[in-house]
Design a protein around this ligand. Sequence first.
Ligand code: AMP
Length: 327
Amino acid sequence: MSNIDNMKKVLDKIKENQKIIIFRHFRPDGDAVGSTKGLQAILKATYPEKEIYLQNADFSNYLAFLGKEDEPLPNEAYADALGIVLDTATQERISNKKYELCKELIKIDHHIPVQSYGATEWVEEERSSTCEMIAAFYDTFKDELKLTKEAATYIFTGMVTDSGRFRFRDVSGETMRLAGLMLNQNIDVEFIYSNLYLKDFDEFKFEAYAHKKMKISKHGVASLFVTKKMKKKFSLSNEQASASVSCMDSIKDSLIWIAFIDNGDGSIRVRLRSRFVTVSELAEKYHGGGHACACGATVYSKAEMNALLADADALLKEYKEQNQGWL
Ligand code: AMP
């Protein structure tokens, strides 16, 4: 089935249902929040008679500038609802487990499709973000759907964050055209970028510390272990501690960089990033997944952390031996 056919199926399902509940993955990023809030805003503006809810079990302080999500609905409210899950590769990663109570599920995603769920699925791995898919959805049915300034703000934010500020290889002319459509809604880009870039003083101090503490392996894997002690010292939330992965993103010859964040419950969150090299198989080996060059995983001990680092180093060695032109 073509992507257009899948989009049509999604629109038909939306039209058929009076109540729609939208879900996303836990530990939300700009794309998860932007695509869910963006779709909700489009559907609310287009179908004021329908009930459209966002039901998630966690929240991002970093993205609080995009506004609140909806108050929790009682369990009974799910039974007659169509559920739409955005930006989430696997069921296990859906933030609100009550999605199972919905009468039917749609999956809309741009991650490597490791698991199929939902009676209707529209997955485009090549898209730079799920927000880009929602922008394309609006553009395809623009005679029927209404795009508001609010919706465009959410969607543009997710397009910006998931594409590394339009820097990654999956950014296409189509990405920019769709981003342009959002900009045409008169959104305030300075408001968006200021919220994305501004940091607390403690976070700045932590960045300097992270630069000092990061390590580099024999073949160029940069890594940082953010311990419980460090989090306490700089009063960091898990979300702020996790942002440290970006401190390592521009070291020459270091094509893979990894932040390990101690969750404090016996598990260590792994944030894996790369240039040119595909790291998704490595993430899958350690209970994770994601995109070719941006993945998440989990390890459960320092020994497992070191094993992952050794695997990453071997992968980078092999990549450098077999390829040229990397930086
Ligand atoms: P993160 O470092 O958590 O921001 O993850 C990077 C990307 O990989 C995001 O698009 C996540 O949604 C995705 N991701 C993270 N962990 C997993 C996982 N366990 N399985 C599948 N995708 C994941």
